[in-house]
Design a protein around this ligand. Sequence first.
Ligand code: COA
Length: 155
Amino acid sequence: MTAGHDTFPVKVRSAAAADVEAILALIDLNVPSGELLPRTADFVALNADHFLVAERDGRVVGCVHLDEYAPSLAEVRSLAVSPDAQGAGVGVALVEALERLARVRGYTTLFAVSNSGDFFRRRGYEERHIPELDRERSSVSRFKGVHAKDVASPG
Ligand SMILES: CC(C)(COP(=O)(O)OP(=O)(O)OC[C@H]1O[C@@H](n2cnc3c(N)ncnc32)[C@H](O)[C@@H]1OP(=O)(O)O)[C@@H](O)C(=O)NCCC(=O)NCCS
């Protein structure tokens, strides 16, 4: 699938083993700020089926992880866009593709724990209490907003 304006085409696709390094680099950029949790190469490789990447001119410029939380509930995790590619629709393309994947995999609700509340609100996510999260939220993520969106297709 392709998104972005004419001079900045972006392709979002499933991640492959060859993308692990690029995904880790994108995540690592956002660990010091506390925005993303660090991941290991083994974790990303084992979960590659649940990662999407955005590619521009053959280079991975963004990633996102569909992380199952419960049979009908999944989390938008490890959403990151390379600083030189931000503000051009890559993040939106990744989130929209993740929502399609979530629907295909039978999840009805997606949520994100993030300081980027405005970004998610503009994509139709609303602040919501997710009871399943209560017992697991770390002392850091507890201070972030939780935004959720129902993604099940009608009918
Ligand atoms: C949050 C983050 C993923 C957003 O990625 P991004 O690629 O900059 O996001 P986009 O460009 O898709 O969207 C940003 C804005 O650009 C706008 N935009 C969309 N298409 C565009 C285009 N073709 N040209 C210019 N702007 C565009 C979007 O509408 C959006 O504006 P809005 O939120 O006011 O509606 C990115 O800032 C990031 O990596 N942040 C650090 C990590 C992080 O905070 N992750 C979230 C934790 S889950």
